[in-house]
Ligand binder design. Sequence first.
Ligand SMILES: Nc1ncnc2c1ncn2[C@@H]1O[C@H](COP(=O)(O)OP(=O)(O)OP(=O)(O)O)[C@@H](O)[C@H]1O
Ligand SMILES: [Mg+2]
Length: 151
Amino acid sequence: MQVVVFSDAEMRDFGARVGVFLSGGEVIELVGDIGAGKTTFTKGLAVGLEIDEDVQSPTFTINRTYSTAHGLTLSHYDFYRLNDAGILRAELSESVNDPNTITVIEWAEVVADVLPTDTLRILIRTQADDSRIIELVSGGRQSQKVMEQLA
Ligand SMILES: Nc1ncnc2c1ncn2[C@@H]1O[C@H](COP(=O)(O)OP(=O)(O)OP(=O)(O)O)[C@@H](O)[C@H]1O
Ligand SMILES: [Mg+2]
C-alpha cells in the first residue's frame, strides 16, 4: 500500500488515520532518512490514539511513553546512532510483547533481532518537492489487519 503526503500537516493526518485503527500489541517500524517525517508521523499517530500530550522526538532519551485515552500505552523509540541498545533491549522486548502497548521504532536496525516478524513497516521517501511517498509493508496478520482497515 502506498500513500503520498504533500506537507507536514498531511503526514500528521495520515498518522492519525493509522492511530485510530490500533488496538494494542502492534509494532510499527519507521524507515526513512533524517528528516523524512518519522517523528511527525508519530505525532499524528498519538492524535489518532487520543493521547493528550505532545509527542517529542526521543532521540536523546531513546524512549518516551504516552498513555492513550483508552488505557493503552504508546512506546516510542529512536535508536539513531546507537551501536548497542544495551539495557533497552530487554525493555523493548517487553514492550513489543505487551498486548496493551503500541511500539513505534525509528532506526530499528540495531534491535532488528528483538522485533517480531509481524511488524508494520512504514517506509518514507522524501521527494524533491518535499512530498513524501509512504509505503506500508505488513509482516503478518496483525499488521495486515491495520492495513486492510486503512484501505
Ligand atoms: N510532506 C512532509 N511530510 C513530513 N514532514 C515534512 C513534509 N514536508 C516537510 N516536512 C518537514 O520535515 C521534517 C520532518 O522531521 P521529523 O523529525 O518528523 O523527521 P524524522 O524522520 O523523525 O527525522 P530523524 O531521523 O532525525 O528523527 C519536519 O520539519 C517537517 O515539518
Ligand atoms: Mg525522528
